[in-house]
Design a protein. Sequence first.
Length: 260
Amino acid sequence: MTVAPSAEIRQFPCLSDNFGVLIHDPDNGTTIAIDVPDAAAYLDILAENGWKLTHILITHHHWDHVQGLSELKEKTGAHVTGPERSRQKITGMDKFVEDGDKILVGPFEVTAISTPGHTLDQISWYFPALKIAHTGDTLFSLGCGRIFEGDMEMMWASLEKLARILPEDTAIYCGHEYTESNAKFALTIDPNNAALKARAAEVETLRAAGKPTLPTTMAQELAANPFLRAADTGVQEALGMVGKSAGEVFAEIRTRKDNA
Ligand SMILES: [Zn+2]
């Protein structure tokens, strides 16, 4: 008999607006960290739960995702996997992945989805059996990462790729709690979108109560996130860009956000 894998997931704030994420398998003790903005925050949550860290997965080389890596690895002995592309940039990695690689992390099969644009090395981590993904700084709730190393076309291709690969019921974790400001901006692009209005109201309530707005779901993002909706007629009409390619519409939205 196949038993569906289960996991306990803890998401907690790190630094000013980053998230730490821990995934724990109660059956065999595997505990996975995704990115390490701050080692101390991870060590606290591990101690609080009595978990022993076994693996660390890295999304990209930016300091606010890896600055706690050396300390956390040294204190836990966890095995570290990250992007091949940052082999020279990130110290402490044991294993390297490229687009489409499927690796076994404890009992979990995890797929590395290359999603460049924010950085060239960016990996989104997908756990099909758990129906969760961590999209790093590529896809945020109601937003997407700023484009530092890639270009507009590359980022749009990465978002389309996530929309194609991740089923709608996938819970999406990501690197930052940016949803409230993303919602304000999204409403300037897609003001008549009922799903966006509902999500924006929910986000306001959650933030007022000091609660996180993540994880989100792929279904919710497809319905409400303007960066994923560049091919939508309503969005194109609102921008006066009917008939333009989705890539051009995406570039317009991203440029407006950069200047907002
Ligand atoms: Zn980043």
